[in-house]
Design a protein. Structure first.
Lengths: 108, 108, 108, 108
């Protein structure tokens, strides 16, 4: 089952500058993407991620584990939006493109 | 890694009465709880769920699969809040109790 | 426009024990409920809140302002699920009751 | 109080193709941005939006109202992540840039 998801991970108890921790997450994502497990795209309030359910959830679990075990975060809070569909496939790139095409149709 | 989470699952393309589908989710949860895999508590905008990471995520995956394969939903959208911590354990029940104790302290 | 929502507010940069801050939010909610602006119900991963859109969002805004101005939180992160409907009214209490009725139907 | 948020709006009871409705939301956002009320950036699982609290929440409220009143959606479900901070300002663009700078530092 393929999933297009979006997640935002926040370590708690590590102060209020989170840039360093966001970079940790991005490196985990880059590594998983190199291994062709997932695709991802960071935005300013989270990260789009797509792939098989177990790969996507495995990456997010990996982020929690690394935050606790290697980066000293006593608590980690993540919010995830998960979308699955059986009617057609839809990648991260296709979803944005189809909205832009719809917007164009009504502009002409 | 233990997780205390909260999720809200919405099937799309099945009309606007979702009670039947919420009941499907609740039966999946009840079944997993009977097998001691997870604990859960439904509220009016989602369901608290706690247990080991893989069990909790496995139940949510199971809900998506059943919605697609047995209940005809072409799309399923779920939002999840996930909390993990290494400083102490905290169950669903303890979290509410600790807030109520804090509120009492300031009332006296 | 009436809204049934669920929110989870997390102050960042204030350490990893959040019970005190959850209690602050609960007192703001109790105060708004006394004034009949909203109804609410805390659970272990957030709080259900219902009322007119502007009242509900006003209470959440008030929580952010108080966290910053009176409780020293440099950052506040909140996630909200918002539901509105025009087909029928549905309160926090009714939503849980309708699922329980559905579950009962299939047990007999 | 300035807010950097991310929201994902889903109309229910209108079938499983949502592209048309996402385009409606994007036009509301474009209109508000032209009036300098907010800035926004669509991604494949939602839209970043920033501005004053009341402007940002007003736009999301406007989306719900238009979905119900002009586009026939009996139910609308939205999830929002809201971030406010008093320690420094941080725009949508700055947040992504600061993570990319952090990633660069560790590459060299």
């Amino acid at each position: 089952m393929k999933v297009v998801a979006d997640f935002c991970l926040i370590p708690l108890g590590v102060g209020n500058s989170l840039t360093k921790y966001v970079a940790v997450v991005q490196r985990i994502l880059a590594n998983a993407a190199e291994q062709k497990k997932i695709s991802y795209l960071m935005h300013s309030c989270g990260t789009n991620i797509e792939g098989e359910w177990d790969e996507v959830m495995g990456v997010i679990k990996n982020c929690h584990e690394k935050m606790h075990n290697e980066h000293g975060a006593p608590r980690v809070h993540t919010t995830v939006r998960i979308g699955t569909r059986t009617d057609k496939s839809s990648s991260i790139a296709e979803k944005v493109a189809s909205v832009q095409a719809e917007l164009k149709k009504h502009e002409g």
